[in-house]
Design a protein around this ligand. Sequence first.
Ligand SMILES: O=C(O)CCC(=O)C(=O)O
Ligand SMILES: [Fe+2]
Length: 225
Amino acid sequence: MDALLPRPPVDLGPGAVHVPGWLGAEQQRRLVKACREWASGPVPLRHTRLPRGGVMSVRTVCLGWHWQPYRYSRTADDVNGRRVAELPEWLADLGRRAVAATAQHEDACGEGWTSGRYDPDTALVNFYDGRAKMGMHQDKDERSAAPVVSLSIGDTCRFRFGNTEGRGRPWTDVELASGDLLVFGGPARYAYHGVTRVFEGTGDPATGLASGRLNLTLRVTGLSG
Ligand SMILES: O=C(O)CCC(=O)C(=O)O
Ligand SMILES: [Fe+2]
């Protein structure tokens, strides 16, 4: 299908670019395999607990830094207290290539996002089953305004990209399919966004993921230590 109907990159407003089919089949397989390993430890894939007692429907494992609402730490204090796995250099490299791939959109983004070296130090790996969703939120626990690089594998989802003012409209709904890249930085860095639906059974099992959806976001925490 991808080859039959190539989908060109789309700007989702200043600072946000969606590049369909950016990851090749081999890269997707490699990522699925790696995610499976990360999901088994040292910190297991888990439903993140929210401060008010709820749990997120997605399951998450973190690399480099552990995220829990609403901070980063080196150890997974809300799971098993262990230090999270390192963010591998090959994944940081993939993030750099992702940012470079969207460089032609930089003009639309005001402040340059490709001017410095992109050095992500954390990745959040989210797994969605057919019922999982993610409510509208900002990625704002990082102390750096560097862009967020998002990679999707498996089932297609409906991703809602909103505005920086609040959870409501205006927003743009896009379908993120297996292999798609999304980068948001500059004026879009603090835009609200979420996943309203996963379309079960739309992923290709050849990726190694028999069902569900994986999303990896690479970020710069701006933290040290
Ligand atoms: O799954 C996605 O596409 C978005 C994930 C996300 O927004 C997050 O992890 O903060
Ligand atoms: Fe997010």
